[in-house]
Design a protein around this ligand. Structure first.
Ligand code: GLN
Length: 551
């Protein structure tokens, strides 16, 4: 009988519920069980694809082309598995199915009600995820915090599952314990209240993970135990960590894996192999701080009030870290506002403080000229450069303008009347956009790409390509390289390093006589894992860290 672990948040959001869910999945996996993880987002949006990046953070694309939440990325990185559309649900998605089924008369003429029909659909989806992944244990993270109107139906689904199979369902609350500056004392009251709130949904928690800036001490563990109706060994310390990858190691210090299994009536299995040791030694390698490698990310989705938000580029940042650690280098990442270069063109020289520059994915005109300036600077100053998606499209524009001399060259995303549309909308996308069909209609998910011989990309991927130079990478875009300009750009020195197997879509461009200048239409960052860094990032970091770009 499969087991289900729900993760709910107490007190406030943003305290690492996703990372906790991923980390627990990892430790159970290392005890020899097949684990999968699901994210439940309480919003009405059917997927994350149409949300503003500053508001929502990164849209994580799965192999099967779902536009999901960044937590799915965390799960993939911790579990070392590729997940899919079944691993993600939103309120919008659940209601959409219920309404569709009602219209198809699948409820046999009954009154279709919010309860039980909506929680039943939630449960159906959880069971489907378990089946598809053949999981022994399913981790289910419920977005938001308990007490929010929005996630009540998901808690209700958990309650119904637990009522039917009490031994197969556990609830873990990730709570936050504030330490007010003027007293320095860790406060448990908000957590007590959060536990009462989840109690009122008919659920008793099995574990409370105490998120705080420091470990929870014995007196407070005791207090939470007494007031929240759990044993002291069910109160788990979860202090801040330098890297989220330390979390599984920390949890295991409190034997959380064994404790969860025990409550399910299970024990640790040898089948986990040496996964636990592999992870622990990876975490030690993070500590082994080598020389820093300084990477600048030129983007625009950073601003949110008065703090800098880097969530939009989460997978890019993680991919840089994975690659740097694997080379025993210390990643040092900084944000560069693309629009700053537009206002003050002379400031472009600031890029010299980095060992390598990334221009990641993006949309729209704001900051695009600044990114083009950054790309030009990298090309002319031989600075290692990695362009991703929009970064590849703008690298093509830059090359067309400044090497080929095509004045006013652009992507039609920015300038519909450009004399040289070197990047243009994909034909099948045009009518979708005209009909305002934006949701889940981009070119999405994993597609094969064939890399040409004797290119920097082919060399980077050397150990992964098949006999034809084939790789598979994930996409999310509406625009593409315009083949009408292919020959002209190629003759001027642009290397078409990768295309779709039929040769029609340009997927990777490079330039010659440069230490590293590679730009991909796809998003390599989505497949980077801590224990399996992405070859393009590794090659980029290796070259960036090895020698200065300037001659
Ligand atoms: N805006 C570009 C497109 O739609 C690039 C998208 C991206 O960078 N993910 O094609």
């Amino acid at each position: 009988m499969p087991k289900f672990v729900f993760i709910a948040g107490g007190v406030m959001s943003g305290v690492g519920k996703g990372a906790a869910c991923a980390a627990i999945g990892r430790i159970i996996q290392d005890h020899g069980y097949r684990v999968t993880a699901m994210k439940v987002d309480p919003y009405i949006n059917v997927d994350a694809g149409t949300m503003n990046p500053v508001e929502h953070g990164e849209v994580f694309v799965t192999d099967d082309g779902d536009e999901t939440d960044q937590d799915i990325g965390n799960y993939e990185r911790f579990l070392g598995q590729s997940l899919g559309s079944v691993n993600y649900m939103t309120t919008g998605r659940v209601y959409q199915t219920v309404i569709q089924r009602e219209r198809n008369l699948e409820y046999g003429g009954k009154t279709v009600e919010v309860v039980p029909h909506v929680p039943e659909e939630i449960i159906r989806r959880i069971m489907a995820c378990q089946r598809v992944n053949k999981a022994d244990v399913v981790m289910i993270e419920i977005g938001g915090t308990v007490g929010e109107y929005q996630n009540i139906l998901f808690l209700e689904a958990a309650r119904m599952m637990k009522m039917r199979n009490p031994k197969d369902v556990q609830i873990i609350m990730v709570s936050y314990l504030p330490i007010p500056g003027h007293t320095g004392e860790m406060k448990t009251k908000p957590t007590q209240n959060a536990v009462r709130t989840i109690n009122s949904a008919g659920l008793q928690v099995d574990f409370i993970l105490c998120r705080a800036s420091r470990p929870i001490d014995e007196p407070r563990k005791r207090k939470i135990s007494v007031f929240c109706n759990v044993g002291e060994d069910q109160v788990i310390s979860a202090p801040d960590v330098r890297s989220i990858y330390e979390i599984p190691v920390n949890f295991e210090k409190e034997n959380l894996g064994i404790k969860i299994l025990k409550r399910f009536g299970l024990r640790s299995r040898k089948g986990g192999g040496n996964g636990r040791e592999t992870w622990a030694s990876f975490v030690r390698s993070i500590d082994n701080r080598g020389k820093p490698v300084r990477i600048g990310i030129v983007g625009k989705y950073f601003g949110s009030g008065d703090f800098t938000l880097s969530d939009t580029y989460l997978s890019v940042i993680e991919a840089v870290k994975h690659a740097a650690w694997s080379l025993s280098r210390q990643p040092s990442i900084d944000w560069v506002y693309a629009d700053g270069f537009e206002r003050d063109p002379k400031s472009i020289g600031e890029l010299d403080r980095f060992d390598g520059i990334i221009v990641p994915g993006g949309f729209g005109s704001r900051g695009a000229e600044g990114k083009i300036m950054a790309i030009r600077w990298c090309r002319e100053n031989r600075k290692p450069f990695l362009g991703i998606c929009y970064g590849m499209q703008l690298a093509t524009v830059e090359f067309a303008r400044n090497v080929v001399g095509l004045k006013g060259a652009n992507t039609t995303e920015i300038d519909g009347k450009t004399p040289h549309p070197v990047i243009h909308i994909m034909p099948e996308q045009e009518s979708l956009v005209r009909q305002r069909k934006y949701g889940a209609t981009m070119r999405l998910g994993a597609w094969p790409c064939r890399l040409a011989g004797k290119t920097a990309s082919r060399r980077a991927y050397a150990r992964q390509v098949d006999a034809q130079g084939g790789v598979s990478e994930r996409h999310r875009h509406r625009y593409e390289f315009n083949n009408a300009y292919r020959e002209q750009l190629r003759q001027a020195g642009l290397v078409i390093a990768g295309t779709s197997p039929d040769g029609l879509l340009v997927e990777v461009v490079e330039i010659k006589d440069h230490p590293f200048f590679v730009a991909t239409q796809y998003h390599p960052e989505l497949k980077s894992r801590p224990l399996d860094p992405h070859p393009l990032f590794t090659e980029f970091i290796r070259i960036a860290g090895g020698k200065k770009g300037r001659k």
